[in-house]
Ligand binder design. Structure first.
Ligand code: SAM
Length: 248
């Protein structure tokens, strides 16, 4: 995988994965202390910060926006400045080794990113950064039907063996000291209008910028194949949004 090209394909997009401000706020509505002041929040795998900025506008909070790639964080900083927000700090770090204070966060947020370390591992490792009673709010690829076609089943089991139903994900949360308080899955608008359409529109400029190199063409072809598969099987999977309280 050519990470430099992958970052470059996504860097001019508002989102690097499916989602929307409306669904970020819907997940936030499950957090019963969201009106409190001086909250401490981290957005893990924030990309260029669509959810970070949405949360920063809504909450009275200091938000630490974490991503592996400084290029994404630079754009986030610029967007936050343009929006007049001064409650976001960025942190270039891996989600597997977060240099964060333990037992200190009110909310850990993560949209479309936990799969990079795996849902179970993320749920386990991140809990220590939350205060008791704090919330984990995380979106994760999820089957939306009990049975599904072989094509999509094989694709996701190969790409991400942890793919599962909401029931399976909720079990993982319960087994690791969380009490789930909310679940819904992202609507198709959050995939198509918010994420895939802008991405498709960026393909020609991206290819031109990279002189139609084989690597650039390959990334575009793989992304298009992922989009085609989603359009064919969009009733069978989505990102599930899970909101769970740390109880242990
Ligand atoms: N949350 C953003 C959004 O919804 O627009 C970005 C989602 S994107 C699908 C996944 C993000 O995870 C990317 O920004 C990527 O750089 C980041 N990422 C990948 N591996 C990571 C790691 N090990 N630690 C921190 N961030 C990582």
């Amino acid at each position: 995988m050519n990470f430099e090209l992958l970052v470059d394909l996504h860097i001019n997009e508002y989102r690097q994965g499916p989602g929307s401000d409306a669904e970020t706020l819907k997940a936030l509505s499950f957090v019963d202390f969201a009106q409190k002041e001086n909250l401490k929040v981290a957005d893990i795998g924030c990309g260029t910060g669509a959810s970070t900025i949405c949360l920063a506008k809504k909450l009275n909070a200091k938000i630490t926006a974490v991503d592996l790639f400084s290029q994404f964080l630079d754009i986030l900083k610029n967007n936050a400045e343009k929006a007049g927000l001064d409650n976001i700090e960025t942190l270039e770090a891996s989600m597997t080794e977060l240099p964060l204070e333990e037992d200190s966060f009110d909310i850990l947020w993560s949209e479309g990113a936990i799969y990079n370390m795996g849902f179970t591992e993320g749920v386990k490792q991140w809990k220590k950064y939350l205060k008791k009673g704090g919330y984990l709010c995380v979106s994760e690829i999820t089957w939306t039907t009990a049975e599904r076609s072989k094509e999509i089943n094989d694709y996701w089991n190969e790409a991400y063996p942890e793919v599962g139903t909401a029931g399976e994900k909720i079990k993982v949360l319960e087994a690791n000291g969380y009490s789930p308080v909310g679940y819904f899955y992202l609507n198709q608008n959050s995939w198509i209008e918010e994420y895939y359409k802008p991405l498709i529109n960026s393909f020609p400029t991206f290819l031109e910028k990279h002189n139609h190199s084989e690597d650039a063409k390959l990334i575009v072809a793989e992304t298009q194949a992922e989009i085609d598969l989603y359009m064919k099987h969009k009733e069978e999977y989505s990102y599930g949004f899970y909101v769970a309280k740390r109880v242990l």
